[in-house]
Design a protein around this ligand. Structure first.
Ligand SMILES: [Zn+2]
Length: 174
């Protein structure tokens, strides 16, 4: 996917995730408070998610494209960074959605296990990044991502926990 596709994906994902995390369709009441919480959540998510979504393609200039910054170890660094240093929260969401869009929405895959393996993984659903349908595919992929996230959030477990809280409760269990 090109830069435009990744920005479109990140903006729509931040908007949708903001709604999912603050609006429970089973108990939602439109009030000034709920509107404020929604705007606050979207504001909190949008910039870090967009920045994260732009980051992996830096490897077009440094390293091997779709390998050096398109792998799970890089995502793990972005997940761990807020826990260790207390900043860059939510940037990992942008990195993760970049990977999903490259794997699901475009023809060439990404080397998930680089540098352990140069093998690129891909789903057969993608279109060429130059295709005139690329934006439509980006929107479809984003809606599918939001569908999965909404399903998890409403029916499995709340996604609205900070990574630090999640790590703390995880260590408490251990
Ligand atoms: Zn990419």
């Amino acid at each position: 996917m090109n830069k435009k596709g990744h920005v479109l994906n990140a903006i729509l994902l931040a908007l949708g995730l903001g709604v999912i995390l603050t609006v429970d369709p089973r108990s939602f009441e439109p009030t000034a408070d709920s509107a404020f919480l929604l705007a606050q959540k979207i504001g909190q998510l949008s910039l870090p998610v967009v920045l994260g979504a732009l980051f992996p393609d830096v490897d077009t200039a440094f390293g091997k494209h779709r390998k050096t910054l398109h792998n799970l170890p890089v995502l793990a660094i972005f997940l761990a960074f807020p826990l260790v240093f207390g900043n860059l929260q939510f940037v990992w969401i942008g990195v993760a959605t970049h990977y999903v869009l490259d794997m699901v929405g475009s023809k060439r895959g990404i080397a998930l296990f680089y540098p352990l393996s140069p093998q690129e993984y891909d789903l057969p659903t993608g279109v060429a990044t130059s295709s005139k349908h690329a934006d439509a595919v980006t929107v479809v992929v984003t809606v599918a991502e939001l569908g999965v996230l909404a399903g998890v959030h409403y029916y499995l477990f709340s996604l609205d926990v900070s990574l630090a809280d999640a790590a703390a409760s995880f260590t408490a269990v251990l």
